[in-house]
Design a protein around this ligand. Structure first.
Ligand SMILES: [Fe+2]
Length: 307
């Protein structure tokens, strides 16, 4: 097994203002699959090619945003390894009992210097991807909307970017795949990978704590990005940018908003990264090209709106 320790983004818990409107957006239009609800009224969703029970949890609340993001680790031993490593470094670690999220094992929760709550967990109920493991077809029947195959990553906004880089790299063993630098070479944006994706999590500086910039769903192809754009037009979903491309990560993208104002992204591509690759640097003078590769024009709301 080449990818060990922290495996992948496993879930994001999102606050929404109106659950019925959110479910309509995420299930009927984005195309996530609803797998269950719990006695708190939370709704659990997944992309079709995710094998565990859920990756997105919706909670009705008075304000939109992110409650926490969770990463799956490869074993209970790894979970304890990180619990001890974080505690030894003076990080407050909260233990959340198995079953608090329905179908998920014990989680540990802690906060990044940027204020965001992260979790690690080792087990979640397996339900498969709707395809057999012997002679499978390439996609299951009944897919809806934009047909996302997985929850791919989050981009956070917050302060303390250098301290958060140190935390992610030295305490959680992520790679720093790309970074944005300011006029004096200071780091103002960071892209992190625990796997061989271009990023599993990113943080861009803002004078705030714990803000969600966007939640991203991976699609199978550029054609599916176009299909997603068609759906956004048909359904009057507010689009911020795209279809377009990033220089950062090389991903193909559309940014749009859910009914609560949480920014979503449909994402395809990005390069395969290996741990011996160098960190890519984007200087502040060319960061518009890095984010909006086609056109180089910064969309105003992209740097002012978050939840
Ligand atoms: Fe993204």
């Amino acid at each position: 097994m080449a990818i060990q320790g922290i495996l992948r983004p496993g879930h994001a818990a999102i606050r929404v203002l109106d659950m019925d409107a959110a479910v309509n957006h995420y299930v009927e239009w984005v195309g996530l699959i609803e797998t269950q609800r719990d006695d708190q009224g939370r709704v659990y969703l997944k992309g079709w090619d995710e094998h565990d029970l859920f990756s997105i949890v919706l909670r009705e609340a008075d304000a939109p945003g992110l409650d926490y993001m969770g990463f799956k680790v490869d074993s209970a031993e790894t979970l304890e390894h990180y619990a001890k490593k974080l505690a030894d470094a003076g990080v407050a670690v909260e233990r959340i009992a198995e079953g608090e999220l329905k179908g998920c094992g014990e989680r540990i929760r802690f906060h990044l210097p940027s204020g965001h709550a992260l979790e690690l967990y080792a087990s979640k109920q397996y339900i498969g991807n709707g395809l057999p493991n012997v002679n499978p077809d390439v996609w299951p029947d009944g897919l809806k909307g934009m047909k996302p195959n997985r929850f791919d990553h989050c981009l956070f906004n917050g302060d303390s970017v250098p301290e958060t880089v140190d935390f992610m790299v030295n305490l959680l063993d992520f790679d720093l795949t790309e970074k944005i630098t300011g006029p004096d070479g200071e780091i103002t944006g960071a892209f992190f990978a625990c796997s061989n994706k271009a990023h599993d999590l990113a943080l861009i500086h803002e004078d705030s704590k714990a803000k969600l910039h966007h939640l991203s769903f991976h699609l199978d192809s550029w054609d599916d990005i176009r299909n997603a754009a068609d759906i956004m037009s048909k359904k009057y979903i507010p689009v911020e940018y795209g279809p377009g491309r990033h220089g950062l990560t090389r991903g193909l993208t559309i940014y749009f908003f859910d009914p609560s104002g949480n920014r979503n992204e449909t994402f395809h591509g990005g390069y395969i990264r290996y741990p011996d690759h160098p960190c890519i640097i984007w200087e502040h003078t060319d960061v518009a090209k890095g984010i909006f590769y086609y056109g180089h024009q910064v969309v105003e709301s992209f740097v002012t709106a978050n939840t």
